[in-house]
Design a binder for this molecule. Structure first.
Ligand SMILES: [Zn+2]
Length: 199
């Protein structure tokens, strides 16, 4: 691979680490960047570092935010008695776009996947239970993905939460089985929230 200058090879090596980027795509991107104006490359590098430094997790809902706690957790207009539980920050963003939920959120940062070694301890479940302790939350809406693992996660959580005297609901299957909350359109997500059922 000596035909490729080391700096270019290094960039390709870094790009390949991105999800969905194979050797071919990484090489194409790297050559594209090589032909790009220096200031544009600088802007990209700058945006990457600023994104990393300026984005953190909200200490309450564990969603992405620039300020902690996030705007959703501090908004007095939102119903603090309803918490919608999602797998990933991207799911929160998608649900929020649907405009149906006026409550708050909790991001698990994953789903139970025993085969991949993801157990309850790997998820942010302890933080969720802590939020239920003072009795101010009356409903938890489980909006994990309608996949086998998402369903198992919802079932696990409902068994933990129901004994606390909190109502547990599951978003409706307006979402096709196997679909991701993240990629569902706003209308479908809105309907799924509207038609949530008791667990
Ligand atoms: Zn928050």
């Amino acid at each position: 691979m000596s035909a490729i200058p080391p700096a270019l090879a290094k960039l390709i090596e870094e790009l390949v680490k991105l999800p969905g980027v194979g050797e071919k795509t990484a090489t194409r991107l790297a050559f594209h960047l090589l032909r790009t104006k220096r200031e544009d490359v600088e802007q990209l590098a700058d945006a990457l570092v600023k994104m990393r430094d300026g984005t953190k997790l909200c200490s309450i809902c564990l969603g992405l935010t620039a300020d902690d706690p996030c705007a959703l957790c501090t908004d007095p207009q939102r119903d603090a008695s309803v918490i919608c539980v999602v797998e990933q920050p991207a799911d929160l963003i998608a649900l929020e776009r649907s405009g149906q939920l006026r409550g708050r959120y909790h991001v698990l940062h994953g789903r139970l996947a025993p085969l991949d070694g993801v157990g309850p301890e790997e998820l942010r479940i302890a933080e969720l239970l802590r939020r239920l302790q003072d009795g101010s939350v009356r409903e938890v809406v489980l909006a994990t993905n309608p996949t086998v693992e998402g369903e198992a996660t919802a079932l696990y959580l409902s068994r933990l939460i129901k004994p606390l005297g909190v109502r547990v609901t599951r978003i409706a299957h307006g979402l096709p089985m196997g679909a991701d909350v993240e990629y569902a359109d706003s209308l479908t997500l809105g309907k799924a929230l509207e038609g949530r059922r008791e667990m």
